[in-house]
Design a protein around this ligand. Structure first.
Ligand code: GLC
Length: 448
């Protein structure tokens, strides 16, 4: 059975290449560079800030005020009341570990411009709230102590900075930013200073997760990729600053086909949405990707949002993503007092129970050889094919497309052997009458 404790001790392959230059995209070294990310598969996204006080989405209430019952002035005043006295970064890490999540991505600054870290270049920050302490620092210290990989969400749009837009106007009128104004260069300089703070004061930053919204070319992404690569060569960078960088980020959906490198030419969204195209790419053509998703329907804490996905839906989401070679970044929005609401905790716990038995079919795997089936999904690792059964058939499960000779098969969770027949390119697996466990039943098929 999968020994999770051993796995956690040895950890996934950590690409520690601090003295090597950042490898060119598409090179073999690129694979080493992204190895930890590809192995980790499952991460925790955290959207947290003063907006959590009002059960509204992060930043959008001042960008598109029609949809929210809060004025820009009231939104802007929220930091004066932000005091998450129960914040305990170890609790976040415990929860991530319970769920089987191998990394975290935390909102250091959302579009509203409020900084959850003690930036020297703005007063609009956590140390000027009643709470006073640097939240990012506490999290990064705890993550370093506990060997949890940490990434930083950093929004290029910044509705608070006078170089980004004319802040004498309402944010709804110019939230896209005003790169045509001479002040724009002062905003890019501010980004440079803040990213330098984040990459020099908070230990290892495994990911910089930009969220550039519209017209991302105005941020001069290459300048910031170069900066990050210089300050921390191993840091991975997502695709929301006008360049694909290390991985693409479908939001709130799972691509129906395995993403391939041509998304770099065609733009991430157009090529990864749409219908199933079939096929399994070569590893050189595969485009690394990560779906980010909410547990209910909002990123920030919202007491009114009770549309929670079930644990089963979330486990199946994770399997679906993994079967196409992606990562799953599942979001929580902590409460304003720093605690995590029970509905999130229960689901993370439930996913963790499934992962404790079946994690081997997820961690370190890549997209499986058979795609586009309704009843099951596949992942693969070395000579193993993991068949994730969503709908148990009444008779044997028939699978076409497993070419290598099968040595044996068993239920991953229990070790119970599975009888199989392999002939004429087809495999028949006879599942136990009473399939063990919940959500998804995993068969490990060992081939030669
Ligand atoms: C969207 C939203 C933003 C959220 C992000 C997470 O881009 O604008 O609020 O942080 O999705 O992917």
């Amino acid at each position: 059975m999968f020994d999770r404790r051993r796995f956690l001790q040895t950890g996934v392959a950590t690409a520690s290449l601090p003295f090597l230059p950042r490898p060119a995209f598409g090179s073999t070294l690129e694979d080493e560079h992204t190895a930890w990310f590809r192995e980790a598969k499952f991460g925790m996204f955290i959207h947290w800030g003063p907006y959590s006080l009002r059960s509204v989405e992060a930043s959008w209430p001042i960008m598109q005020p029609g949809n929210w019952q809060i004025s820009e002035a009231e939104y802007r005043a929220l930091p004066q009341r932000f005091n998450p006295v129960h914040y305990d970064p170890d609790h976040f890490i415990d929860l991530a570990r319970t769920a089987g999540q191998e990394y975290m991505v935390f909102t250091t600054k959302h579009h509203d411009g409020f900084c959850m870290f003690d930036s020297s270049y703005t007063d609009y920050k956590i140390t000027n709230t009643p709470y006073k302490k640097d939240i990012v620092k506490q999290l990064s210290d705890a993550c370093a102590r506990r060997n949890m990989k940490l990434g930083f969400y950093y929004s290029p749009p910044d509705l608070h900075h006078p170089g980004f837009r004319d802040t004498t106007k309402l944010a709804r009128d110019n939230w896209n930013g005003q790169p045509e104004r001479p002040e724009w260069s002062s905003y890019l300089a501010y980004m440079q200073l803040q990213l330098t703070e984040l990459l020099t004061r908070y230990g290892d930053v495994r990911v910089v997760w930009f969220d550039g919204l519209n017209h991302q070319e105005k941020y001069d992404g290459q300048r910031f990729l170069d900066l990050i690569h210089k300050l921390q060569p191993p840091t991975l960078i997502n695709d929301r600053i006008g360049l694909t960088a290390d991985y693409v980020t479908p939001e709130q959906f799972i691509p129906k086909s395995i993403p391939t490198k041509d998304v770099r030419m065609r733009g991430a969204d157009s090529s990864i949405q749409g219908e199933f195209k079939g096929g399994v790419p070569s590893s050189a053509d595969f485009q690394l990707w990560e779906t980010c998703m909410t547990i209910n329907e909002t990123w920030a804490y919202n007491i009114h949002d009770t549309k929670f996905k079930s644990t089963q839906d979330l486990v199946r989401g994770l399997v679906e993503v993994t079967s196409r070679g992606g990562n799953f970044l599942l979001n929580i929005g902590p409460q304003p007092d720093g605690l995590i609401q029970p509905e999130f905790q229960e689901r993370l716990q439930g996913i963790g129970e499934w992962m404790a038995l079946n994690g081997e079919s997820i961690y370190g795997t890549t997209f499986g050889p058979i795609q586009g089936e309704v009843a099951y999904r596949t992942t693969t690792k070395r000579n193993d094919i993991f068949v994730h059964v969503f709908d148990c058939p009444s008779g044997p499960l028939q699978i076409k497309g497993i070419k290598p000779k099968i040595q044996s098969a068993h239920m991953l969770a229990t070790g119970q052997p599975i009888t199989f027949q392999q002939a004429d390119g087809e495999v028949r697996l006879t599942l136990p009458a009473q399939a063990p466990g919940k959500h998804v039943h995993v068969i490990r098929v060992i081939t030669s």
